[in-house]
Design a protein around this ligand. Structure first.
Ligand SMILES: *Cc1c(COP(=O)(O)O)cnc(C)c1O
Length: 369
């Protein structure tokens, strides 16, 4: 995002055509003007496991002068073990799952040896990075409308395509698809020889994971992040699960770009996070409970709350415009996310914070309605 002191014109004779044509993703605000209750970027309100911090401290030593392991073998092995996969060759790790998604778009959805041109498919309402990656790599895509209630109908994705990307639960709605529908879709596109990429950034907050299906479907890539359920947005680690040939596709992109995408501290912290299941299962359960309490309180206050299986909720008040509610909350020190975009401009996406934070949020919502 632009700093107030940045003076740029939005064009330059030195820019390549590629740069001039980009429309970059805008991340949620990370404000510095005052203290906010931050419910705008789906960060976790709780600290990472103490074992993670211990591991990072232990890794902060003189051998930082040495490059990290470019294959990230120890971390990939730990992830394979966690998901019951045959070995590290079923796992790719990256500098945040955003990096993995960018690599995956280049690896699987760019032009392939095909007679006819087919589009990549993803929903019209979903993670807004997907069209950015598609444009970055010149990938033709079509968006498939979600229903009035923001549901994804997987039947609309059973058609000729160059691939399919679905966030499950979806962002910013929080709605989740069941495994049955996704498994059918994986089978259909396996026949078509297309990759089905499931972005499971929020899966640990109550949705069904497709992680245990990658051994059945050689076209299925499941992408996870440590940013949300592992409370490590600041460490930048994500991973992908898939059959070794898909993983090799991602590795070929990475090694044509930057061999060391994960540093020594990130590798140590991420491995400790993957191994401390108990701590994180309890934390996810707590956030789910807070989400349900918040939902009930908002519904009592007249809000519509889309059913969510994520650590955020997508809400609307029938009488209060989204932009106005956003500003009212902001002026009272609460940051949420609002998009001035067709179909969703009346909605706010609200990350689930601590119980105390959500009580403050609900109090302000009530007072202003
Ligand atoms: C947060 C998020 C990501 C990115 O996570 P990082 O690992 O922090 O890059 C990916 N996909 C979706 C849908 C997200 O909401």
């Amino acid at each position: 995002m632009k700093e107030p002191t940045e003076k740029t014109t939005g064009k330059s004779p030195y820019w390549s055509k590629r740069v001039a044509g980009l429309e970059p993703y805008t991340p949620g605000e990370q404000p510095r003007d005052r203290r906010y209750i931050k419910l705008n970027t789906n960060e976790n309100p709780y600290p990472p496991s103490p074992k993670v911090l211990e591991a990072i401290r232990a890794a902060a030593q003189e051998d930082l002068r040495l490059y990290p392991d470019p294959t990230c073998l120890a971390l990939r092995s730990a992830i394979a073990a966690r998901y019951g996969l045959p070995g590290a060759d079923w796992v790719f790790v990256g500098n945040g799952s955003d990096e993995i998604l960018a690599f995956a778009f280049a690896a699987f959805f760019g032009s392939r040896d095909r007679m006819e041109r087919r589009p990549l498919l993803f929903p019209d309402i979903t993670y807004s990075f997907y069209p950015v990656y598609a444009d970055l790599w010149d990938i033709e895509y079509e968006t498939v409308p979600v229903t009035e209630k923001f549901e994804i109908d997987t039947a609309h994705y059973r058609r000729p395509a160059s691939g399919v990307v679905l966030a499950n639960p979806n962002a910013p709605t929080g709605r989740a698809l069941g495994k049955g529908a996704l498994t059918e879709l994986a089978a259909f596109h396996q026949q078509e020889q297309n990759v089905l990429l499931i972005d499971e950034a929020y899966v640990d907050f109550g949705a069904e994971s497709m992680a245990d299906q990658v051994q059945r479907y050689d076209n299925l890539l499941v992408v996870h992040t440590l940013s949300k359920s592992r409370s490590l947005a600041g460490l930048r680690v994500g991973y992908a699960l898939g059959q070794p040939d898909l993983i090799e596709g991602l590795r070929r992109i990475k090694d044509s770009f930057n061999s060391y995408t994960l540093d020594r501290l990130a590798l140590a912290g991420a491995q400790a996070a993957i191994e401390d299941r108990e701590y994180y299962d309890a934390m996810a359960a707590k956030i789910e409970a807070t989400r349900e309490n918040t939902r009930r309180a908002l519904e009592e206050a007249g809000f519509e709350v889309i059913p969510s299986a994520a650590n955020f909720i997508f809400i609307r008040h029938p009488e209060r415009p989204g932009a106005e509610l956003f500003q009212a909350l902001r002026s009272r020190g609460i940051l949420v996310r609002h998009w001035n975009k067709p179909r969703i401009s009346e909605y706010l996406r609200v990350s689930i914070g601590t119980d105390e934070e959500m009580e403050s949020f609900v109090r302000i919502c009530r007072g202003n309605t």
